[in-house]
Design a protein around this ligand. Sequence first.
Ligand code: AMP
Ligand code: ZN
Length: 115
Amino acid sequence: MNSDCLFCAIAAGDIPADIVHRDDRVIAFRDIDPKAPVHVLVVPTAHHATAADMGTADPELSGRVLAVAGEVAAAEGIAESGYRIVANTGDAAGQTVHHVHVHVLGGRDLTWPPG
Ligand code: AMP
Ligand code: ZN
């Protein structure tokens, strides 16, 4: 737990969120500023700054995060239509919360390439 970290605080229950999944290592909650009809963030409760850091430190956890992303997509009804998973990493990609999170975006047609 990083005391200055927003997503550590949400994982600890200190800051409320619209949580759609919680297990012993991973939570998922709706983005407060959704960019698509479905926009859920999948977040490990352990603090890792980036997806790369998590992938190096804890490959099993990385797999769990991706599995939950798929479960969320199914539960939200976008698994068949298609959806996007995104892990913005670093300043040039617009990462604003430095606790790894996978965006699950869907419910509309998503253009490619992204902005
Ligand atoms: P990123 O810019 O990739 O780091 O994504 C951070 C995301 O966290 C943004 O899409 C924000 O809208 C979202 N966000 C920020 N604060 C909250 C919050 N309190 N609850 C839910 N989502 C949040
Ligand atoms: Zn954190």
